[in-house]
Ligand binder design. Structure first.
Ligand code: OGA
Ligand code: MN
Length: 197
């Protein structure tokens, strides 16, 4: 797991936000099902980007994916009171690396170690993995976990062990703390890139 602070400038953040906002602001936040991995979100996928944003995604492609990246970029808008619960992205839909640029707000991502074999690519799991986000049960007690600060405008690169052997989640506003200090979590947009399984 790698975090690159200030991966984009304030101007680049603004320019990404400006491209997304007209479409995003027309969608409604979903708080629906209790068993969904994400609450208080709206999302879209985007293939064509304005030239300046394309240039910036190109930097992600080279840095995080050695050039091999899925054409669709996932844009996730998490409301101030939204939360992403612990999950592992399905190995059916996503390869060994997931990257994310955080816009508009700092947040705290928690990684918790989970069953080492279950989520391996080409693993032997018989688990029903049709859901886009798998939600294995994890416990913090007697387990490895890490809380990571995702500053606004940072890029994270989650791959291999961090991607398969740990669940990831974005803590709620109330639980957002880093090194004992509260982190103000507001509305957050993430620009998520993945590679093919
Ligand atoms: C996801 C996810 C993290 C983020 O959409 O599966 O984990 O940075 N998103 O928004
Ligand atoms: Mn995920």
């Amino acid at each position: 797991m790698r975090i690159v602070p200030e991966f984009i400038s304030e101007a680049e953040e603004k320019q990404l936000h400006e491209e997304i906002e007209p479409y995003m602001s027309r969608l409604r936040y979903e708080f629906d099902h209790w068993d969904d991995a994400i609450h208080g979100f709206r999302e879209t996928e985007r293939k064509k980007w304005y030239p300046q944003n394309r240039e910036l995604l190109e930097r992600v492609r080279l840095l995080a994916f050695n050039g091999a990246i899925m054409p669709y970029v996932h844009v996730l808008d998490l409301a101030a009171d939204g939360v992403i619960k612990p999950h592992v992205d399905s190995i059916r839909y996503c390869g060994n690396t997931i990257s994310g640029i955080s816009l508009l707000s700092d947040s705290v991502m928690r990684l918790v170690r989970t069953d080492a074999k279950k989520h391996q690519q080409n693993g032997t799991s018989t688990e029903d993995d049709t859901a886009y986000r798998q939600q294995p049960v994890t416990a913090l007690e007697n387990n490895f976990y890490a809380d990571l600060l995702l500053p606004r405008r940072s890029l994270y690169i989650m791959s291999h062990t961090a991607r398969y052997n740990f669940t990831h989640e974005i803590l709620s506003k109330e639980h957002s703390k880093f090194l004992g200090k509260p982190v103000t979590k507001d509305r957050r947009i993430s620009i998520i890139c993945r590679n093919d399984p």
